[in-house]
Design a protein around this ligand. Structure first.
Ligand code: NAP
Length: 289
């Protein structure tokens, strides 16, 4: 597996396995399958409500802890120095680990500055190896990068052939912050499968459009975390290191970039409200009560 070195010297795999929307009761099995397929980096979050499943898989897999790279994220409702610190301890407990490899602020809202202070403190305490951001668009990203003592190691943004984040990547460069792609397969958008350019490149290399999409990110040095619950697709999504796109092909793929749909923009007040109410509406604990 190709790895990248973060701005604090920590090494991480360039491809990992994301578990957003993997139901808590299915998460352990999915992560065990992912380990079997060859993944060594798992991306979860407090707001996926499946950190326990990841922790169970980590215990059951038999892999040495140092061979697995664990990523999790602090949710909005845990924002602020004190609450975030407590939530980091809760995540560690759920993940059944003494440390988190990479911890991110999930959303650029609420008291994320206080959250960052708690995260910097967790690094000093040895509970976290690297810290970063998620969904911080260039203005807020620069604000945090300037504020922070420890510069963000990554910024996780939606990034795929239709949403390429060139400007965001350029803003991160001076801080040594790497782009980490969520939604690298355009979240299952059938356009990715059906697009004539994706089809043509897939057939040229004997790959699938999804593999071409992942290769495009890797060639841009972007860390990616595709999600699937199918074992064959887990293996397929890892099998992207035996071909290279030409510079002309990279250019033609660049032309697929388009502005983000405002409905999903972090500048859309409706989305911000949705995220503020996310825990209330989606935390299985709240559903049970
Ligand atoms: N930071 C954030 O705010 C944020 C937001 C969203 C996601 N994430 C992270 O990013 C990860 C990935 O993003 P995502 O899950 O939203 O989207 P994604 O990985 O781009 O796409 C997942 C979709 O693609 C399908 N798929 C996967 N592999 C495939 C293949 N080889 N061929 C055809 N279809 C395939 C999956 O279906 P099946 O499962 O049925 O195979 C699923 O519907 C998440 O799991 C999570 O860890 C972070």
């Amino acid at each position: 597996m190709k790895t990248v070195t973060l701005n604090n010297g920590v090494e991480m795999p360039i491809l990992g396995f994301g578990v957003f929307q993997v139901p808590p009761q299915e998460c352990e099995a999915a992560v065990l399958n992912a380990f079997e397929a060859g993944y060594r980096m798992i991306d979860t979050a407090q707001a996926y409500y499946n950190e326990e499943g990841v922790g169970h898989a980590l215990k059951a897999c038999g892999l040495p802890r140092k061979d697995v790279f664990l990523v999790t994220k602090v949710w909005l409702t845990n924002a602020g120095e004190e609450k975030a610190a407590k939530s980091i301890d809760e995540s560690l407990e759920k993940l059944q680990s003494d440390y988190i490899d990479l911890l991110l602020i999930h959303q650029p809202f609420s008291d994320y500055v206080g959250t960052w202070r708690a995260m910097e403190h967790a690094v000093k305490e040895g509970k976290v190896r690297a810290i970063g951001l998620s969904n911080f668009y260039p203005d807020r990203f620069v604000d945090m990068a300037e504020y922070s003592t420890i510069k963000p190691a990554v910024n996780q943004l939606v990034a795929n052939v239709f949403s390429q984040q060139w400007d965001a990547q350029a803003e991160m460069k001076p801080y040594g912050t790497r782009l980490m792609a969520w939604g690298p397969l355009a979240q299952g958008n059938p356009e990715l499968q059906d697009h004539p350019l994706m089809q043509r490149l897939a057939s040229k290399y004997g790959k699938t459009p999804q593999q071409v999409a992942l290769r495009y990110l890797i060639e841009r040095d972007i860390i990616a975390i595709p999600k699937t619950t199918h074992f064959d697709r887990m293996k397929q999504n890892l099998d992207v290191f035996d071909f290279e796109l030409t510079s002309e092909e990279m250019q033609s793929l660049r032309a697929l970039d388009r502005p983000i749909d405002f409905r999903w923009s972090h500048r859309n007040p409706e989305l911000v409200r949705f995220l503020w109410n996310y825990d209330k509406n989606f935390n299985p604990k709240n559903q049970a009560e």
